[in-house]
Design a protein around this ligand. Structure first.
Ligand code: AQP
Length: 355
């Protein structure tokens, strides 16, 4: 039985400065997966148009995310790094997926509800269709694994629904052309063209929360800069933000169970454990019973130690935009070839003449 070849894909939007949430939820995992998998990492510039169409600095933001990828340790020669709009097959497959996915599926997406707010009628059609483009980003490479933060889980489920519906709707053509791969779906064995992609969400913090409010995720678009640690922050800014981070008055617990119902403590301990590469239980074995006034300086020191070299490397790489553009162009060339191989078969499955 043939199987889908394991391939990792993930993307990041150029919508502002990357923060610690992006780093721990995505970039750190991207780097680790390079050792075991073939990886494709994309700056998803077309996605950034869904919320704001006119950006003053889209090109600069795209270069800055690319610099963050490279500074974190992604190797653009061994793997592929590019920006989405240079590979038009993403948009082509997204259109097809717009016709596979149902409006009801899109209306249920919490990210759409959050971002559209009360004025849904006035949200862009692109914002509603965002998950369709995300499904296309992944499936145009028939990627099997996607490292993301917990906030993207629902979009990954939708990607699986799109793949499954496409596989079902075109099962006859897929069998006729012999282009399917056998896979298990529940109890059944089916022959599908697209894999049912697995999200890779595990880790000590799958959702880094705002430093000002432990119930909200750390986000680029939060109006308060104190709510997040930007990858470009210097040591002073990192220390100041951690010092000002919201906490409760209790000492840290000695057991992980004691973090329950204490969102801010949970968040800071999770950040420490992810940065140090140890479990939360290990962190609490060291800091249990101690006050935040002891813990925060240790966390700040660790964060500066881990993030400062990345900020320095980002500055160095960003000083050479021509180099960054070259990386993206080279990556796009290689990505396009893979995407076109998929699209040739998709067009054939559907019956679109042109090959
Ligand atoms: N707070 C977070 N904790 C863990 N992971 C996170 N990610 C984002 N925020 C957190 C993960 O980072 C990757 C890239 O995300 P993105 O920038 O493409 O989109 P986003 O989720 O919309 O990021 P933001 O910061 O929340 O941006 P805005 O404010 O513009 O909406 C994804 O894997 C995401 O899960």
């Amino acid at each position: 039985m043939s199987e889908f070849k394991e391939l990792v894909f993930s993307g990041v939007q150029p919508t502002g400065n990357l923060h610690l949430g992006n780093y721990l939820g995505a970039l750190q995992k991207f780097v680790a997966l390079q050792e075991s998998h073939e990886c494709i990492y994309c700056v998803v510039d077309l996605h950034s148009l869904t919320a704001t169409l006119v950006h003053d600095d889209l090109a600069e933001q795209t270069r800055s995310i690319t610099a963050a990828f490279l500074a974190s340790g992604i190797d653009p020669r061994k793997h592929i790094v590019f920006n989405q709009s240079q590979v038009m097959q993403h948009a082509e497959l997204a259109w097809i997926f717009n016709c596979v996915a149902r409006i009801g599926w899109m209306n249920r997406m919490t990210q759409f509800k959050d971002k559209a707010g009360k004025d849904r009628e006035n949200a862009s059609l692109g914002l509603l269709a965002y998950p369709s483009l995300m499904a296309a980003d992944i499936l145009v490479y028939r990627a099997t694994h996607v490292p993301v933060g917990d906030d993207q889980k629902q979009h990954l489920e939708l990607t699986r629904d799109v793949a499954q519906k496409f596989n079902n709707d075109f099962s006859g053509r897929i069998a006729e052309l012999g282009c399917g791969v056998e896979m298990e779906v529940g109890e059944e064995k089916v022959n599908g063209f697209f894999p049912l992609t697995e999200p890779l969400i595990e880790g000590p913090v799958t959702r880094v929360m705002s430093l000002r409010d432990g119930s909200k995720k750390m986000s680029k678009s939060d109006p308060s800069d104190l709510s997040r640690i930007n990858l470009t922050d210097d040591a002073d800014a990192i220390s100041r933000k951690i010092k000002k981070a919201k906490t409760d008055p209790e000492a840290l617990p000695s057991e992980v169970a004691g973090l329950e119902g204490r969102p801010e403590a949970q968040n800071l301990v999770g950040i420490y454990s992810a940065l140090a590469g140890v479990s939360r239980a290990d962190v609490l074995a060291d800091f249990g019973g101690r006050q935040f006034s002891d813990f925060k300086p240790a966390l700040a020191e660790l964060a500066v130690e881990k993030l400062s070299p990345i900020a320095g490397e980002m500055r160095r790489i960003s000083a050479d935009p021509a180099y960054i553009d070259g990386v993206l162009r080279d990556g796009a060339l290689r990505a396009r070839e893979k995407a076109e191989t998929t699209m040739k078969t998709v067009r054939e499955i559907i019956g679109l003449i042109g090959g």
